[in-house]
Write a protein that binds this ligand. Structure first.
Ligand code: NDP
Length: 398
């Protein structure tokens, strides 16, 4: 019998719950716990299987530890916010439970995300005989596994990596974010860093762009270079990489609004005094913007996320591109969500499945590319995220 506790009842939490519920042989018992229990119940009502819900504040480590000790799950799937990562890892250690998340820890008062805080837990998880799997979403997540899969099956040595995340979806709002607005805006406005010749090179946010033609008629989009957390672990775990970059598509309307919001201070994370109380501008902005979990019925179009890798095979230079294309409306029909939450929630379910099945169970703290990529890739095809590899696609990337 395996039992899982899912923490976080947002857009991603909804998808993870639906997808785990589809596999009763693997996830025999599911508990969905979050700060606002009514959101858990709303998700539970959509799922065609009985799941339990609970209110929990994951920042309260003693309370969460006691909750896990009484529930005795095998695994916690953390799809709350990055701010909760360390608290949930502490509670998992206290209660002897395996751990999985989709985004690396970020302190609330500094817009800086890196793995150092979570990698510092390696010894604790190893000694406890527990697995902690970091970044099991799409990017990070599937993109790490894509890289490991290409490196294993298509190359003797890999030299460059370009992760390209295109969202060709339209929700009809002038400005909305596809996942938690606070986390999304912090990520997009952060200084860009890419890996080159053994070090990270910093450039201003959104200062480098190119045009990318997606396969299968998804369209041609402007993609912007930005820092993304998987670059940190991939640069370490694939030391032959000479250059690694992350690119994301943004529409003109999104960028125009973001620039204005930044210029007037609405994306700030420092508290400001307002009518006798303190407010954090970006948190106030989040309250005004559409909830990403409500974008599902309105979003039309497709996502196309993949990795372009160059390197050497049998003494010859080559390129391979692996990608998944997902239709927003297909996701909505299946799990009542748009494709951004879907493409994050499915890899979270697959990572959890592989831990519970013992295929990815290994004491310590791990990034996705450190695990065997083959069973994950097989499950992507089976559970809604089929992928394609094109060899020598003829791209001319920056
Ligand atoms: P949402 O904001 O929609 O949902 C977050 C949920 O976490 C909410 O239900 C929220 O509760 C709950 N929560 C927040 N704080 C606490 C707390 N202290 N205790 C318990 N629950 C809490 O976010 P998303 O679903 O869009 O994103 C979830 C995670 O997925 C984020 O970490 C995000 O960074 C990550 N992500 C990863 C991607 C990837 O590809 N790797 C892509 C997209 C997202 P409440 O409802 O009360 O606010």
């Amino acid at each position: 019998m395996s039992k899982v506790v899912i923490i976080g009842a947002g857009g991603v939490g909804g998808v993870v719950t639906h997808k785990c519920a589809q596999l009763p042989d693997v996830f025999q018992e599911i508990v969905l716990a979050s700060r606002t229990e009514s959101k858990c119940r709303a998700i539970a009502e959509q799922v065609p299987r009985a799941i339990r819900t609970a209110p929990i504040d994951a920042d309260n480590v003693p309370e969460l530890s006691a909750f896990l000790a009484s529930e005795k799950p095998d695994l916690v799937i953390n799809v709350a916010l990055p701010y909760q990562d360390l608290h949930i890892m502490d509670a998992c250690l206290n209660a002897g439970v395996h751990y999985l998340d989709t985004a690396n820890y970020e302190p609330p008062d500094t817009a800086r995300f890196e793995y150092s805080w979570q990698w510092a837990y390696r010894e604790k998880f190893e000694k406890a005989g527990l697995t902690a799997l970091l970044g099991s979403g799409f990017d990070p997540g599937a993109t790490n596994v894509f890289t490991a899969y290409l490196a294993r099956h298509y190359f003797d040595e890999i030299h460059t990596l370009d992760i390209i995340d295109v969202n060709g979806g339209e929700h009809g709002y002038p400005f909305a974010t596809n996942f938690n607005p606070e986390i999304n805006i912090r990520e997009v406005t952060a200084e860009c860093r890419h890996w080159e010749d053994g070090r990270f090179v910093a450039t201003p946010a959104m200062s480098t762009r190119q045009s990318f033609a997606c396969p299968e008629g998804v369209g041609t989009y402007n993609i912007y270079r930005m820092y993304h957390e998987e670059l940190e672990s991939l640069a370490q775990n694939f030391p032959s990489l000479k250059k690694a970059q992350f690119w994301m598509s943004f529409g003109d309307s999104y960028l125009k609004h973001l620039e204005v919001l930044q210029n007037v201070g609405m994306t700030g994370i420092e508290p400001v005094a307002f009518e006798g109380r303190e407010i954090v501008p970006i948190q106030f902005l989040k309250a005004l913007l559409p909830d990403p979990a409500t974008l599902g019925p309105r979003t039309r179009g497709k996502t196309c996320i993949g990795c372009v890798v160059t390197g050497v095979k049998d003494g010859k230079e080559k390129t391979a591109y692996v990608y998944n294309i997902k239709d927003h409306q297909d996701c909505y029909q299946e799990v009542k969500s748009q494709a951004i939450s879907y493409t994050t929630g499915v890899p979270a379910m697959i990572g959890a499945k592989l831990i519970l099945e013992g295929k990815w169970r290994r004491p310590g703290v791990w990034n996705m590319e450190q695990m065997d990529p083959d069973p994950f890739m097989e499950d992507m095809n089976k559970h809604g995220l089929p992928w394609t590899v094109i060899e020598d696609p003829g791209f001319n990337l920056l």
